[in-house]
Design a protein around this ligand. Structure first.
Ligand code: FES
Length: 146
């Protein structure tokens, strides 16, 4: 192998490792909960934001709500005990599933970025993510799918 080819191959391997690490980091914080419909709403217990692992308690700022019927999970972000945002994780550009990454939801297909309130931050998407009305009681979060 010639020196130039070696450097090129090594560089590509390094880029691949960096990309894989970034992908794993963005997925490692994702915490899925399963929810079923109760009439026209999904019910998620507030306690789902608290995960107990061995002797550690983790407070999640968001959970991904899976259902049997929606085409993608719902990104449910907790701003306070009574303030949540619920966003369908389908990019409004061409329909790819977006990924949570820090304070943004990023589309892996063409790079659109959305805020955790669902607002477009970077194109090519032009429309905000589909959002749902959220209400709460003392123990539960209700996502209204109408
Ligand atoms: S499908 Fe998401 S940016 Fe194109």
């Amino acid at each position: 192998m010639e020196r130039r080819e070696f450097i090129k191959n090594t560089g590509l391997i390094c880029l691949g490792c960096i990309g894989a690490t970034a992908l794993l980091q963005s997925c490692s914080n994702a915490y899925y909960v399963q929810s079923a419909f109760d009439a026209n709403k999904l019910v998620v217990r507030k306690s789902e934001f608290t995960e107990v692992k061995k002797d550690k308690t983790i407070q999640h700022t968001f959970v991904l709500v899976k259902t049997d019927t929606l085409q993608a999970p719902i990104y449910l972000h907790k701003f306070s005990d009574t303030d949540y945002s619920a966003l369908l994780m389908v990019c409004t550009h061409k329909g790819c599933e977006v990924n949570p990454h820090g304070e943004y939801l990023i589309c892996p297909c063409h790079g659109s970025e959305f805020s955790i309130r669902g607002k477009v931050q970077n194109p090519p998407a032009e429309q905000n993510l589909k959002s749902y009305t959220v209400t709460t009681d003392n123990e539960n979060i209700f996502i209204w799918i109408i």
